[in-house]
Design a protein around this ligand. Sequence first.
Ligand SMILES: NC(=O)c1ccc[n+]([C@@H]2O[C@H](COP(=O)([O-])OP(=O)(O)OC[C@H]3O[C@@H](n4cnc5c(N)ncnc54)[C@H](OP(=O)(O)O)[C@@H]3O)[C@@H](O)[C@H]2O)c1
Length: 354
Amino acid sequence: MTANFLLYGANGFVGQAIARLSVQQGLRPVLAGRNSGQVGALAADLGLEYRIFSLDDPPAIDRALRDMSLVLHCAGPFIYTFKAMADACLRLGVHYLDLTGEIPVYTALAARDAEAQERQVMLMPGVGFDVVPTDCLAAHLKLRLPAATHLTLAFQTSGPTRLPPGTARTMLGTLPNATKVRRDGRLQDAQKEAKTRWFDFGRGPRQAVLLSWGDVFTAYYTTGIPNIEDYIALPPVLIRLRRAADRLRPALKLPLVRKLIAPLIPTGSTPEQRARTRTHVWGEVTDDQGGIAVSRLHGPEAGVDWTSLAALGVVKKVLDGQFQPGFQTPARVFGADFVLEGEGVVREDLDEPA
Ligand SMILES: NC(=O)c1ccc[n+]([C@@H]2O[C@H](COP(=O)([O-])OP(=O)(O)OC[C@H]3O[C@@H](n4cnc5c(N)ncnc54)[C@H](OP(=O)(O)O)[C@@H]3O)[C@@H](O)[C@H]2O)c1
């Protein structure tokens, strides 16, 4: 088996960015997807090999993966795409990485831990912004307060970027679902859906609202902390809209309503817009003795730049032989400081809670 990787969904907004950054970093992924025109044009532009196949065609997936060490799966929403790819990876002994933040995907892949261990395959979903930075911050906070019982994570985007189209589509698809938190080790629906809290990401308090982020699943694997909540900082108008979404939930369950809303969400960004954007991550742990530790991370734009950086950081480690078979989370395998290997990422520990 050669030490190379297949980048599936390479023609997507984020897949293209990862393909370009791969080449800048000296990697030569085999590009893949189901759109031969777009994937072929990108491959020609970057001087890379490409393979075209549908996820509905298991023999074709097997042929495309036969000489690969790992797959970086970038075709989402992953709830529709992960299974075919993960099945093939497990059949062929190929490591599986993806960019999901969808809790049902983590749940389904974690259930295949034993199978993956037997096949010596690492299943590591969530190697983008969701969840590499937050997972590493959670691991760091656990080291600072080993008896931690509660973990709170929050993030803020500061700058002119907009969501990648696939992220917007995934978020819209999950809006009708209840927001998830972890309580006493179990995933639960939040008691108060649009719960808000103020955080200081470094430039004064900002209001943030509860959201279902991958960490409520993954940080438990990484740290064992049994109570986990995630928040996103939003402008007041979006927090009001988030509250309204709760009341509109029955309507949001209708695909037609979501189809009408989709064009209203601004998506896409230029490299220049992303270069003027920073992402701030805030994390807090507390324990039963009144102990508390707070740390922050600051890094590049989340949806494309930090995601690409983090994902390729994981790819390089795995190609280098650094993997652990089974269902895995980034910080559990690569450690809390892994996130600091990304260019432009800094971490600070706060003496006093902010
Ligand atoms: N972890 C993170 O922090 C993070 C950050 C950014 C994005 N994401 C996730 O990454 C995914 C891609 O985002 P994006 O903005 O790049 O989306 P996008 O521009 O819409 O691209 C989606 C890609 O997935 C492919 N695809 C979708 N459904 C498919 C299916 N059933 N079979 C085969 N290919 C399929 C598309 O192929 P076609 O062109 O052939 O339709 C395209 O290549 C989304 O799920 C998003 O939520 C995660």
